[in-house]
Design a protein around this ligand. Structure first.
Ligand code: NAD
Length: 286
């Protein structure tokens, strides 16, 4: 294990949503962190948090690890800009696989390109304190896991990256290493295309029950929040069997709501289609 005090980390985009979260964790650690921002409003947030700003070239050229907390659509140009500044042996960490999988990152020989995406604390996490309960996103009090991918680099660079990732997203239970493609299949396909869409769909259906059907809101929320949890724990963990009548209603719902060809979201062409939308490109050129 490396001594964090010997490792220089640069956070680029330090005043954004993720930049602020990871900077808060680096600031509490022994890593030697520097913080970079371009937007005046975000730069103010970095200063308000009590952190000094460093210019891009100084931060990146002096860093062992560079965390790119910039928007996905900026990752291509940012990796192009920093390429000549990077030290041999350094490690670039991005926070989402879309740009890496789409081939938009400017990579340099001798520099490791890793991507690490936080899983957020599990819905089944046994939270033991009010702080853990309040930490819905993760990275503060509630332990979470991380899925990471190595686009390039050595085992030693990955090992150091793993240590840094555990700090920036901490408290971390474990880091699971997969391929860049697998990470892109997990996020967006599994997580955003399905998980987040279903979460928002639950809200839309609930709002409809309240606003259009006219059922009192407290009754709707009472029955729905409890049943959403039992549905998740029954389906994902097999905690209890669904009742026979419920299984029939579930079949009816699947027929009414889900398209028969839903599994096409796992096709490579579909993944490219959603990534092109997210990266605001006509199409993914690989
Ligand atoms: N927001 C989330 O919930 C979340 C969760 C997981 C991963 N991510 C990933 O984290 C990354 C950042 O997303 P975000 O939501 O924090 O974005 P954001 O828009 O909140 O923040 C991005 C920051 O980068 C700064 N920036 C842009 N170009 C820059 C440059 N050239 N140099 C320095 N700073 C620059 C912006 O000023 C801004 O403060 C993305 O890859 C995103 O996919 C986001």
């Amino acid at each position: 294990m490396t001594n964090p005090a010997d490792v220089k980390v640069a956070v680029v985009g330090a005043g954004g949503k993720m930049g602020t979260r990871v900077s808060n964790n680096f600031a509490k650690s022994d890593y030697q962190a520097s913080y970079v921002e371009t937007s005046p409003a975000a730069a103010e947030r970095v200063k308000d948090a009590g952190r000094e700003l460093t210019d891009l070239e100084t931060a990146v050229s002096g860093a062992d690890v560079i965390v790119l907390a910039v928007p996905d659509i900026a990752l291509g140009p940012v990796t192009e800009t920093i390429a000549p500044m990077l030290q041999q042996g350094s490690i670039v960490i991005t926070l989402d696989p879309a740009a890496a999988y789409a081939g938009l990152l400017k990579t340099i020989d001798g520099v490791a390109y890793l991507c690490a995406h936080p899983c957020h604390p599990s819905v089944f996490l046994e939270r033991t304190s009010p702080e853990q309960w309040a930490d819905t996103f993760g990275g503060q009090a509630a332990p979470q896991e991380v899925v990471a991918a190595r686009q390039s680099g050595t085992d030693a660079q990955q090992a150091l990256g793993d240590e840094v990732i555990r700090c920036m997203y901490g408290p971390v239970i474990d880091v699971h290493w997969v391929t860049v493609k697998q990470l892109a299949q997990l996020e967006p396909t599994l997580v955003e295309t399905v998980g987040c869409m279903v979460g928002q769909f639950l809200k839309d259906v609930m709002d409809h029950a309240i606003n259009e059907v006219g059922i009192p809101e407290p009754a709707v929320k009472a029955i729905f929040y409890g049943h959403v949890y039992i549905a998740l724990t029954n389906a994902l963990r097999g905690s209890n069997p669904f009742s026979d009548a419920c299984l029939l209603a579930m079949d009816y719902g699947r027929e009414a709501v889900i398209k028969d060809d839903w599994a096409r979201i796992w096709d490579d062409e579909d993944l490219d289609r959603v990534l092109a939308k997210m990266l605001r490109l006509e199409k993914i050129e690989r």
